[in-house]
Design a protein around this ligand. Structure first.
Ligand SMILES: Nc1ncnc2c1ncn2[C@@H]1O[C@H](COP(=O)(O)OP(=O)(O)OP(=O)(O)O)[C@@H](O)[C@H]1O
Ligand SMILES: [Mg+2]
Length: 261
């Protein structure tokens, strides 16, 4: 089967003097959970924007099952870090989730099923400002899965919640992806999270971002916050990813200090 997403030689610059992405190439296979890690500001969100067709690469291409596509397609959903800005404060949870569903057939049932998947059915008639941060992010997640996408793009979706909520959300997203046979592409700063959740971790370099290494994460599923994270295999993979990211972060510090001199 063709990859869900094939990123081929993608290069992108916002202006000529500062390339952001340089010849980025990798694939997301059907059902695969891929995590992208890299130094702060290296171009991860820019990469997601190119993949979602929110912007076009300068060179290279993004293919879905071997085909080019334009405009954010219906088989793809995005969850951003900033749930405050992604939910409509004047709509209830139920209406926020229903918002993206153009097809009215079975709408109420589909919304309810999505809310159930994230454990929010009891909060359907509340407004976003009546929810905790974790509940708001679960609402954003329900809205992204109600359209039954094939691919979930997650841009630091757990960065604004406390540590306990974060691990709960990790488990919830992995469970949803498994049940819905969803492919996912997660951008995260958190190396533990990347290794814990993913089948493959793509490590990006400092800006301009290119792929430094792709690391297969062959840890068995289902994964457990304690036993998986305590296993020697997990610790070994975490060490490897951490070392690569640290090397890149170190390079960006050197570049920054050279810029200042
Ligand atoms: N619309 C834009 N116009 C001009 N420059 C931009 C724009 N969006 C981002 N940039 C610049 O591109 C670079 C990469 O930004 P991007 O947000 O893709 O990085 P990131 O890896 O997601 O960062 P972070 O780790 O902080 O989330 C940054 O230097 C940023 O200032
Ligand atoms: Mg970003």
């Amino acid at each position: 089967m063709q990859p869900i997403i094939c990123v081929e030689g993608v290069t992108k610059a916002y202006n000529e003097s500062a390339p952001i992405l340089q010849d980025v190439t990798f694939k997301v296979e059907p059902g695969q959970f891929t995590a992208v890690v890299g130094p702060s500001g290296c171009g991860k969100t820019t990469l997601l924007r190119c993949i979602a067709s929110l912007m076009q690469p300068d060179t290279g291409s993004v293919l879905h099952r071997g085909q080019q596509f334009k405009e954010p397609p219906s088989w793809l959903s995005i969850v951003f870090q900033d749930y405050n800005r992604s939910l409509f404060p004047w709509l209830t949870v139920r209406k926020n989730v229903a918002f993206g569903l153009r097809d009215k057939n079975g709408r109420a049932e589909r919304v309810l099923a999505a809310l159930r998947s994230v454990g929010l059915e009891h909060a359907a008639d509340l407004y976003p400002w009546q929810l905790s941060g974790g509940m708001q992010q679960r609402c954003a997640l329900a809205r992204s899965i109600v359209v039954t996408p094939q691919l979930l793009l997650l841009d630091e979706p757990f960065a604004s919640v406390d540590a306990q909520t974060r691990t709960d959300l990790q488990d919830m997203v992995m469970d949803i992806c498994r049940r819905m046979s969803l492919s996912a592409l997660l951008v995260t700063h958190d190396i533990d999270e990347a290794v814990f959740m993913a089948d493959k971790v793509v490590v990006l370099s400092t800006r301009p971002a290119r792929v430094v290494e792709e690391i297969e994460i062959n840890l068995p599923r289902s994964r457990d916050q304690l036993s998986t994270k305590e296993s020697p295999e997990f610790l070994h993979l975490r060490h490897r990813v951490y070392t690569l990211v640290r090397q890149q972060a170190h390079k960006s510090t050197i570049v920054a200090s050279t810029d200042r001199t």
